[in-house]
Design a binder for this molecule. Structure first.
Ligand SMILES: [Zn+2]
Length: 193
């Protein structure tokens, strides 16, 4: 299938490269402390890439079946300016384990998320800003944008509401499995109707 979102993000990178950004490119360290406060009003274009462990996301850790050092997310960010507004593209890719809602054993999730933040001057402007795509979000530009929290929000939104192992891989005990099957007498009764 044609990866539309990815294609658009590649276009944005190409756009930034061809329309010489008026601002110097600055490397943004991808670490929990540096992502807590990102100055989106600074006259720079950011870029950065790095791995953030699951343990650094408290709300995600609470949802996780276990928190291992290898669990976490590769984050790639890049910002640019368009019509005098800062924009930031974020690519998140990684894994974590959550509990299967049927057997409660860990269920591994692989996630890949693409998001573009458009920064406006005021809350009102952000509310009214027409967004073209689902992966865009309007934010209020500040000197202390909490990118760590924004990334955690994106991942939380991607988590399935009732995660379950595929049939055949679930550790559900046979007795409970039987209870989930339709009662044969009920099925027969319905057929007679
Ligand atoms: Zn299961």
């Amino acid at each position: 299938m044609f990866d539309n979102v990815n294609y658009l993000n590649e276009l944005q990178i190409a756009d930034r490269m061809t329309h010489n950004s008026p601002y110097p490119i600055q490397t943004l360290e991808i670490s929990p402390s540096s992502l807590l406060r990102v100055d989106m009003l600074a006259p720079v274009s950011y870029e950065g890439e790095g791995f953030i462990q699951l343990a650094n996301f408290p709300r995600l850790s609470a949802e996780a079946a276990s928190v291992n050092p290898e669990d976490g997310f590769d984050c790639q960010i890049f910002s640019w300016h368009q019509d005098d507004r800062p924009l930031m593209g974020v690519k998140i890719r990684g894994r974590m384990a959550i509990a299967c809602q049927r057997c409660l054993d860990p269920l591994g999730l692989e996630l890949e998320i693409h998001k573009t933040y458009v920064f406006l001057k005021t809350e009102g402007e952000a509310d009214e800003f027409p967004l073209d795509r689902d992966d865009e979000e309007a934010m209020v530009a500040s000197t202390h944008f909490n990118l760590l929290e924004a990334i955690e929000d994106e991942i939380l939104l991607e988590l399935p509401h009732a995660p379950k192992h595929p049939v055949g891989q679930c550790q559900l005990r046979p007795l409970e499995a039987d209870m989930e099957k339709p009662n044969p007498f009920k099925v027969l009764k319905n057929l007679k109707k």
